[in-house]
Design a protein around this ligand. Structure first.
Ligand code: CP
Length: 308
């Protein structure tokens, strides 16, 4: 059973192959209308359940389109409308869905939900985001970097802001794809120390620094994400804004990185909070390529899960 649960749980060579496959598939269908299937239809006859316990635009649409382009079918399910949201156990949900569908992608809150689903499902499970990690996003980001600048191995990636779930998957990717990673942000929002140690053990430099201008010196890629989540209270929002304001990605910060540095944001963004519109729409930004590459990267993940 090939579940795609996290980048640090997936074999290095497999991850490399998925990025290369994604790039080849993207090239092969360049210029084709979005709704036209790929020439290869490896998911023909397969049904994929897409479960969302949290809102989504990119993950929902890119998985739905990706499965269709590969010849499969999807059903999009809202967690709150399933029995899962009304007391049925995750284990029973996994066993039942495994009788109907060929793969489950889930976006959920707690990592425990994802892991229990994977434990009891007889079909592959893909992590479409938990509060702890967001591996599909970072597969798209690695693809995006390499499309623009070549191999990401040996490069310096700087994360400015909140050490959140997207940051966690970037740290996993540092170890697996072999790039150096610097986190700059306030101490209460540091990434999980265990993830940092794990990446360092794979032979890459992972630094934590409080000075954003010093952090981005020599950076090949600068990344940030929203400062608040939709579930934060008003007081939490104000506290986070105060803590994170020095880490805003603006033109001054980008000017301190390498001249050809890229800027990424997984979106959705709160413009002119974590990043200015001048940066988001400026010459370093590849944010909409990132969004598009969710589609191509996830198609490669799906093929890997199915072994097709
Ligand atoms: N980046 C991302 O996961 O976007 P959505 O929340 O819109 O799926």
């Amino acid at each position: 059973m090939k579940h795609f649960l996290d980048i640090n749980k997936t074999d290095k060579a497999d991850l490399r192959a998925m990025i290369d496959t994604a790039r080849a598939m993207k090239t092969a269908r360049a210029g084709r209308p979005r709704g036209m299937p790929d020439d290869d239809q490896p998911l023909a006859g397969r049904m994929v359940a897409l479960i969302f316990e949290k809102p989504s635009t990119r993950t929902r649409v890119s998985f739905d389109m990706g499965v269709r382009q590969l010849g499969g079918q999807t059903m999009v399910l809202s967690g709150s409308e399933m029995q899962l949201g009304h007391g049925e156990t995750i284990a029973d949900t996994a066993r039942v869905l495994s009788r109907y569908v060929d793969l489950i992608m889930i976006r959920t809150f707690e990592e425990a939900t994802l892991l229990e689903l994977a434990e009891y499902a007889d079909v592959p499970v893909i992590n479409g985001l938990t509060n702890r990690t967001h591996p599909c996003q970072i597969m798209a980001d690695v693809l995006t970097y390499e499309e623009h600048r070549g191999p990401i191995a040996g490069r310096k990636v700087v994360w400015s802001g909140d050490g959140n779930n997207v940051c966690a998957s970037f740290i996993h990717a540092a170890g697996r794809f072999g790039f150096d990673f610097t986190f700059t942000g306030p101490p209460p929002l540091d990434p999980e120390p265990g993830f940092v140690e794990e990446a360092r053990a794979e032979g890459v430099a992972v630094e934590i620094t409080r000075d954003p201008l010093a952090a981005v010196a020599g950076a090949d890629l600068v990344v940030t994400d929203t400062w608040v989540s939709m579930h934060d209270s008003q007081s939490a929002r104000e506290r986070r804004h105060n803590q994170l304001r020095p880490y805003q990605v603006n033109e001054r910060l980008m000017a301190a990185a390498k001249p050809d540095a890229l800027f990424m944001h997984c979106l959705p963004a709160h413009r002119d909070e974590e990043a200015t519109s001048a940066v988001m729409d400026g010459p370093h930004s590849v944010i909409f390529d990132e969004a598009e590459n969710r589609l191509h990267a996830q198609k490669a993940v799906l093929r890997w899960c199915f072994g097709v």
